[in-house]
Design a binder for this molecule. Structure first.
Ligand code: GLY
Length: 372
């Protein structure tokens, strides 16, 4: 991998401003970085939250980096997977915080993917009414999306991410080397979110992706392109979040592909597709709807679909899928406002808008076209 490094700043007010630092082999420098920026220094106590696989690979590196820098670090290993993003796991973080006597000036470090990041973030948002959080994302999805922007939370038995809080991290520490142990399916499904940034915000990113023959595995993505992906996605998210932290309006464009994507995930019981795969299908449908409404062009939709196919993401739905259930599920989405589903539609490569013109019938018409 290249030794490139880059920093993106999330330009929020006051001490909520923070950096996303991207550098190869940087895990072992986390402790010194925390000392340099004065995080956790008063109490010296740090709780690292992780999952078994990630901790096995990287826990020792992070933990000794903290100990060598003078921190009193302990860890909590929680089971991996969306189904463990629960109140029960959250309670375990609180129990560890209590056992380790975390104080207001202590720190929680989330070492893992979106599940670890969201739960640790919510624990940090609520423990003693809020303590500092550092995100150390280890999946591509967390690096480009969930570790940035301060959305934290857990699932309710009846819906994803229904319980949560905005709590910005103090630092996002990205070491691209860790992607070498990421399973291929997780890599390619995160590419759906990468394509999303190209469509909604960064046309140059879209063109960089279009120049690559295959996007489905890390080994086909050259180090310089990987660095550009991480940097450009972080920059896009930082720009959007610093303009609209609490999703009053602009931030909603990050949900491109997610409205139908969430409905597909939910109707297939989170078993058939993982999040990125469902988002890829959602982007295909949203793009087709935007063409129907005359908001963007068929050639741009075709180019989006070419990227989705280069990432080997699914493009069809099983023949027994319940399209009515998907349409019904749209109205349970968090993006519903005053009874209307807020749909994000692309308007050009690098630009998207909120729309309330999308009917359930239009969604179903387009879903029908991709039933295998
Ligand atoms: N993942 C969407 C957002 O952070 O707003």
């Amino acid at each position: 991998m290249s030794s490139n490094s880059a920093t993106v700043t999330v330009a929020l007010e006051g001490d909520r401003r923070y950096d996303i630092a991207i550098a190869n082999h940087s895990l072992q420098n986390l402790g010194t970085k925390l000392v340099e920026i004065g995080l956790g220094k008063k109490s010296n106590k740090v709780l690292i939250v992780s999952n078994p696989v990630i901790y096995k690979h990287y826990g020792e590196t992070v933990s000794s980096s903290l100990t060598n820098a003078g921190f009193n670090a302990t860890n909590l290993i929680l089971p991996a997977g969306e189904r463990f993003k629960t109140a029960n796991s959250l309670q375990k973080i609180y129990d560890a915080a209590l056992a380790h006597r975390l104080e207001r000036s202590s720190l929680i470090i989330a070492l893992g993917g979106g599940v670890v990041g969201d739960m640790s973030g919510y624990a940090a948002a609520t423990w003693l009414r809020g303590i500092d959080l550092v995100q150390v994302p280890t999946t591509l999805l967390a690096m480009v999306d969930s570790a940035i922007g301060g959305k934290t939370g857990i699932n309710h038995p009846h819906g994803k991410n229904l319980i949560g809080a905005f709590h910005q991290p103090r630092l996002v520490w990205v070491d691209p080397e860790v992607l070498k142990t990421l399973p291929a399916r997780e890599f390619r499904s995160a590419i759906a979110e990468v394509i999303k940034y190209g469509v909604i915000w960064d046309r140059d990113l879209f063109e960089l992706l279009a120049n690559c023959d295959r996007l489905d595995q890390l080994r086909y993505v050259k180090p310089d392109l990987l660095q550009s992906i991480l940097y450009r996605c972080a920059k896009a998210k930082a720009e959007i979040v610093s303009k609209d932290e609490k999703e009053g309006n602009l931030r909603a464009i990050l949900n491109y592909g997610h409205t139908v994507g969430h409905a597909i995930e939910s109707v297939t019981n989170y078993r058939l597709y993982n999040h990125g795969e469902a988002v890829g299908l959602g982007m295909a449908i949203a793009g087709a709807i935007a063409v129907d409404l005359g908001l963007w062009t068929q050639p741009d939709q075709d180019r989006q679909m070419l990227l989705i196919s280069k990432a080997r993401l699914p493009q069809t739905l099983p023949s027994d899928i319940d399209l009515d259930a998907i349409a019904a599920s749209l109205s349970n989405d968090k993006k519903v406002e005053a009874g209307k589903v807020r749909f994000i539609l692309p308007t050009a490569l690098g630009s998207a808008n909120l729309s309330d013109q999308v009917t359930a019938e239009l969604v179903k018409q387009n879903l029908r076209k991709i039933v295998a």
